[in-house]
Design a protein around this ligand. Structure first.
Ligand SMILES: [Zn+2]
Ligand SMILES: [Zn+2]
Length: 134
């Protein structure tokens, strides 16, 4: 298991129980929106507000501990990891990581230098495909 506390200790941010809880949620879900994080941790932190989570998310983003995945709907956040593409289900909005290999990345870098590389693949996820059959 990842030591989420290390991420904070290596950054300029103070280790707080709220920040740890936010990171834990993101780690567990893979990709989580602010609302999803809020729903999960408000029981443990009754005084926490959406605005507090938003502020913490921004701080974690500035320290490059997490990344924003810009979707057509609401942004989701994930722990910083190797660059990868995202599969997004058009039906339920589920996000999955898709490995994105170095060769492809270098090719894209050559063709489109100095651009932000974000690759999104849109489709219907396995769950939604199954549901449609019933
Ligand atoms: Zn789906
Ligand atoms: Zn991802």
């Amino acid at each position: 298991m990842k030591n989420l506390k290390n991420f904070l200790e290596e950054s300029k941010l103070k280790v707080t129980p709220q920040r740890l809880a936010i990171l834990k949620e993101i780690d567990k879900k893979g990709h989580a929106s602010i609302e999803e994080i809020y729903e999960k941790i408000k029981d443990s932190f009754p005084s926490i507000s959406l605005a507090t989570i938003y502020k913490n998310i921004n701080a974690l983003k500035d320290e490059e501990i997490i990344c924003e995945v810009c979707l057509h709907q609401k942004p989701k956040y994930e722990l910083k990891k190797e660059s990868h593409a995202h599969f997004i289900c058009k039906k339920c909005g589920k996000v999955e990581d898709v490995p994105f290999n170095d060769i492809v990345r270098k090719e894209i870098n050559k063709t489109y230098p100095n651009t932000q590389k974000e690759l999104y693949i849109y489709g219907i996820c396995e769950d939604c495909k199954k549901k449609n059959k019933c």
